[in-house]
Design a protein around this ligand. Structure first.
Ligand SMILES: NC(=O)c1ccc[n+]([C@@H]2O[C@H](COP(=O)([O-])OP(=O)(O)OC[C@H]3O[C@@H](n4cnc5c(N)ncnc54)[C@H](OP(=O)(O)O)[C@@H]3O)[C@@H](O)[C@H]2O)c1
Length: 299
């Protein structure tokens, strides 16, 4: 039976560290401040934004939520982002995804100042990450790496299979895990829907990271004995027994996988809390440092 990694506990450790850093900054008259823009009333997005707000409050990071109506135009959204870009009291800016139909998410992300881009979605920050000199680490991939490191799982030399090639999870994670560093130096294969024979790869992996967005993508018989399984997926499945009518599951069939793996993350309570913890870290970083790359000078 696999050891179940407690993402909530690890996230609580990181939050404590962040809270201490925030106290130090407050002593210097700096109050880290995250501004989150939410457009429309998507219920899942509202929950995510509330959770981020609560986490900020727990560690002493100031959090502002800017709620814009469903019929906000692109130019109004961009103008709001620009106001936050120039507001010296704001250190981090997030635009909650997904935006309502008709709004250009890519353009919105790109208009956030790279110095305040605590999600690490801006092409400049993605480029820096790719070159191994990150300004910010993207929150979910950083949460995955932190889970491995804090659980004492060696990364260098390991064969890691990532299922999913999105710009938010799979690709940046592969990038981080292949950097020449103690938290990298892995051999990584990225799989996707056009991969032929997914289990050929997962069967050989020391570490399998599932970020597919589809329940049951990974089952026990696809895994190598004693591998480590990190489940990034968050999927709603109908559950008449639940008050809400649904429950959350990952991309991994937990019951069969935990019989084969040495370590496994649960959903919920695995990667999710770590993502928020890493966001808080980025907020502190944005408030602390002259985070410009060396050739640009400080801000
Ligand atoms: N816990 C957290 O904090 C957190 C944060 C972010 C995301 N998530 C969750 O993580 C999951 C992935 O998110 P995302 O934004 O990366 O999703 P996404 O943009 O939809 O990407 C999913 C990727 O998985 C691949 N894929 C889907 N089904 C597959 C299958 N059966 N076999 C192989 N590859 C498959 C897709 O391949 P193609 O490219 O070929 O379509 C795609 O590359 C979602 O459940 C999301 O809710 C959780």
């Amino acid at each position: 039976m696999a050891y179940i990694i407690d993402g909530k506990k690890l996230a609580a450790e990181i939050k404590q560290e962040v809270a201490q850093e925030v106290q130090g900054l407050m002593g210097k008259g700096i109050e880290p401040h995250l501004a989150v823009i939410i457009v429309g009333s998507d219920p899942a997005s509202q929950v995510y934004v509330r959770n981020k707000h609560k986490a900020c409050q727990e560690v002493g990071v100031r959090s502002s939520i800017i709620e814009l109506s469903e019929n906000t135009t692109q130019s109004v959204l961009l103008a709001r982002i620009e106001e936050l870009n120039t507001d010296k009291a704001v250190h981090g800016i997030l635009v909650q995804s997904p935006l309502p139909k008709g709004l250009d998410e890519q353009e919105a992300f790109q208009s956030i100042s790279p110095l305040k881009d605590v999600d690490c979605f801006h092409p400049e920050n993605v480029g820096l990450l790719t070159q191994g000199r990150p300004r910010f680490l993207p929150c979910t991939p950083a949460g995955v790496v932190e889970i491995l490191v804090r659980t004492g799982i060696e990364i260098p030399g390991k064969y890691i299979v990532i299922v999913g090639r999105s710009n938010i999870v799979g690709r940046p994670l592969a990038n981080m895990l292949t950097q020449k560093s103690d938290r990298g130096n892995a051999t990584v294969t990225i799989c996707h829907t056009r991969t032929r024979g997914l289990s050929y790869y997962t069967k050989q992996a020391d570490i399998v990271i599932a970020a597919a967005g589809s329940p049951g993508t990974i089952i026990g018989e696809m895994l190598n004995n004693n591998c480590v399984v990190v489940d990034v997926g968050v999927n709603r499945v109908e559950d008449p027994a639940a008050k809400s009518g649904f429950r959350l599951v990952g991309d991994v069939d937990f019951e069969s996988a935990e019989l084969v793996a040495s370590h496994i993350t649960p959903v919920p309570g695995g990667v999710g809390p770590m993502t928020i913890a890493m966001l808080l870290r980025n907020c502190v970083k944005a408030a602390t440092s002259p985070v410009s790359p060396p050739w640009q000078g400080g801000d």
